[in-house]
Design a protein around this ligand. Structure first.
Ligand SMILES: Cc1cc2nc3c(=O)[nH]c(=O)nc-3n(C[C@H](O)[C@H](O)[C@H](O)COP(=O)(O)O)c2cc1C
Length: 322
């Protein structure tokens, strides 16, 4: 009886903490129309311009793709300026640069969009379009970086959405996972797991039915790795997010380890509504106490390929010295 009472108390405290998380997220997420915080506004623009540059980084982007996405990006830029956050800020320059890079990218294929070109001019902002949109990488450069100093190797990693048609053998994945196992984890509980499916059909199902994030390049993905964290390794309310933290740290190290072994990758969002989450657990035969934290699309690098520039904010946006 004493144990049961203690459990009820713990469950109620947990519920209250989840409710507090809910309240904060409900208020702060940028989908809430009342939220006009600068971070929310910038995140909307970052995400939208990334959709454009990401599209340009695919092997065969459709000429003039994403008109609706561009329209939304322009609306976000206008909203940002209207809110008084300024048209001279870095984000506006990056967004305008991305749109200019988009127009240049398709110009060689005879594409013109006068309306967009004119709209861009109205922002009257300097943009370094050279560093926006996409950049070309070569396997040769990556190989050089692999055997160089840590910063060079570290900075040579990018999310890749074009892959060679060559199988990544499970022995390579095993070596990378063994390296990633050096990741720290809360009290060394090592709750992270990686699922790899050798069956091509399952990988096709993941790309087609279980994920949206690899849309446009799923046909080139050699395998999808599924990274999970197990709730059972944690206790009480105060550890409620730890399995996501542990699995994410593991995932980052796995990405770097794969990169070291010449395998490119792209992390893919796994947060989902409960119906799809259930379907994923069933189809992928993952126990329900394991949270699917991330998918990782992998494949060998091509000799030459494009990646999204994914420009970063300024260091003072990351590092707050008080
Ligand atoms: C949690 C997470 C989810 C992501 N989801 C996707 C996705 O669904 N589709 C995609 O193409 N890229 C996805 N990415 C890759 C990001 O777009 C990429 O990391 C970002 O633009 C920075 O670029 P970089 O990885 O090349 O430095 C995701 C990355 C993370 C960390």
């Amino acid at each position: 009886m004493k144990k049961r009472l203690g459990q009820w108390k713990r469950d109620i405290l947990m519920l209250l903490d989840y409710l507090s998380d809910f309240k904060n997220y409900q208020k702060s997420n940028f989908g809430n129309y009342k939220n006009t915080d600068i971070i929310a506004m910038e995140a909307k623009i970052h995400r939208q311009m990334h959709i454009i540059e990401k599209g340009m980084s695919l092997s065969n982007p459709r000429v003039g793709f994403g008109q609706e996405k561009i329209k939304i990006l322009l609306e976000y830029i206008d909203e940002y300026i209207k809110l008084g956050y300024g048209n001279k800020s870095k984000i506006i320059s990056q967004a305008v640069g991305t749109l200019k890079a988009y127009l240049d990218f398709f110009k060689t294929q005879g594409y013109k969009n006068e309306q967009l070109a004119q709209k861009i001019e109205t922002y009257n902002v300097y943009s370094d379009k050279q560093n926006c949109g996409v950049k070309v990488l070569t396997l040769e450069e990556l190989k050089k970086a692999q055997h160089s100093e840590f910063p060079e190797f570290f900075l040579s990693r990018h999310s890749v959405r074009q892959f060679l048609d060559k199988d990544v053998d499970v022995s390579v994945i095993r070596k990378a996972v063994a390296m990633a196992m050096n990741s720290p984890s809360a009290c060394n509980r090592q709750s992270a797991k990686v699922y790899v499916y050798l069956n091509k059909e399952i990988n096709d199902i993941i790309g087609k039915d279980l994920l949206e994030g690899s849309g446009g390049f799923s046909q080139e993905v050699n395998k999808y790795l599924v990274i999970t964290g197990n709730y059972a390794a944690f206790t009480d309310s105060y550890e409620r997010n730890q399995c996501i933290v542990d699995a994410s740290l593991f995932a980052m190290n796995l990405v770097l380890a794969l990169h070291y072994y010449g395998v490119g990758s792209c992390l893919l969002q796994a947060s989902e509504r409960k119906e799809l989450d259930k379907k994923r657990h069933e189809l992928l035969e993952i126990p329900s106490n394991e949270k699917i934290v991330l998918f990782l699309a992998i494949g060998y690098y091509k000799d030459e390929f494009r990646v999204a520039q994914s420009q970063r904010k300024d260091i003072q946006d990351y590092l707050i010295i008080k």
